[in-house]
Design a protein around this ligand. Structure first.
Ligand code: NAP
Length: 290
């Protein structure tokens, strides 16, 4: 039986993964790094484990004022560095360290998909967080441990993340395109997140950056149309940027999460032979909304 340690496991992805990996027969140990924990204690926890999966990070679903920006950044950098230091002092370290990352690292893209080999990195606050997060991670690349960072797109699941609020908007009749609707959405079904993680575990040739998105991104306009169809809502009023800005201010979030165009391609997973269960958004949404 393989022993897996998951940090940041109380969230949307962590809860799903913990349960799913447990059901697959793995021994799963979870720990929170919200409060300071001595590096020796963490090293002891990692000793003898096979895999460490780090999902820590303050949610980006908030207003980007100075205090939140700082917490978004430090909750990712400090936890990654702490894990790296603990792994460095482990007597029997795991063979694989998987760290969460984000597909937001790529530029606002409307021309072509970004793969690991040809992707163009963007700019701005969220991109800088993504870059610093990865450089904290790869700061430990001399460790004798296989290291994989998952540049995840929008994870779709019924237990949290982006889908429930979008579904609620749609059911209220407000599920038309957002902004000009031409921004691309790179998404992934949460079950394919779990399956891809298992695939990475068993595929020692996979190293470094991995785009964790379904192969078929869709425009926001198409995504909302599929969402309306899957939830049997006959119409959806479009939400122009100015209305979204007002709404985001009222519910204390940012429009970037909806309006940035993320067009990402999972070149590495596909070339290694990974088969997505949910390649297209209509199948993923039909499954999740059922
Ligand atoms: N969901 C997505 O669509 C998506 C897309 C791209 C990337 N990601 C990244 O994947 C990771 C997991 O995503 P998620 O959707 O499961 O996020 P989530 O629901 O917000 O959970 C993140 C977890 O991080 C820990 N955490 C929260 N604040 C923290 C802090 N200040 N310091 C240290 N740890 C903190 C918590 O776990 P504990 O209570 O166990 O400490 C929390 O449950 C995140 O890093 C996120 O940025 C997610």
């Amino acid at each position: 039986m393989k022993k897996i340690v998951i940090t940041g496991a109380s969230g949307f992805i962590g809860q799903y993964l913990t349960k799913a990996l447990h059901n697959e027969g793995y021994q799963v140990i979870t720990t929170s790094l919200r409060k300071p924990i001595p590096v020796e204690d963490l090293a002891r926890l990692f000793t003898g484990s096979d895999i460490v999966i780090n999902l820590c990070g303050k949610s980006v679903d908030c207003r980007y004022h100075a205090a939140n920006k700082k917490a978004i950044l430090t909750s990712r950098i400090h936890t990654t560095e702490l894990i790296g230091r603990a792994l460095s002092s482990c007597s029997r370290p795991p063979s694989l360290w998987i760290n969460a990352g984000t597909a937001t690292i790529y530029r606002d893209e409307r021309e072509r998909p970004n793969s690991e080999s040809n992707g163009l990195i963007g700019e701005g606050f969220s991109v800088n967080v993504a870059k610093e997060w990865e450089s904290a991670f790869f700061g430990f690349e001399t460790l004798p441990i296989r290291m994989v960072v998952l540049r995840m797109g929008i994870v779709l699941g019924s237990g949290g993340g982006a889908l429930p609020p979008l579904l609620m908007l749609s059911r209220m009749g407000l599920g038309g395109k957002q902004g000009d609707g031409r921004q691309m959405m790179s998404w992934i079904h949460i079950d394919d997140v779990k399956r891809a993680i298992l695939f990475v575990m068993h595929q020692p040739s996979i190293n470094g950056v991995v785009n964790l998105v379904a192969p078929h991104a869709v425009s926001n306009r198409d995504f909302m149309r599929i969402l309306r169809k899957s939830s049997a809502v006959p119409f959806g009023i479009p939400l122009p940027r100015v209305l979204l800005e007002m709404g985001a201010f009222m519910i204390r979030t940012e429009t970037e999460l909806l309006l940035k165009s993320r067009w990402v391609y999972p070149e590495k997973l596909l070339s290694e032979g990974f088969a997505f269960t949910y390649e297209r958004a209509d199948k993923a949404l039909a499954d999740l909304i059922q």
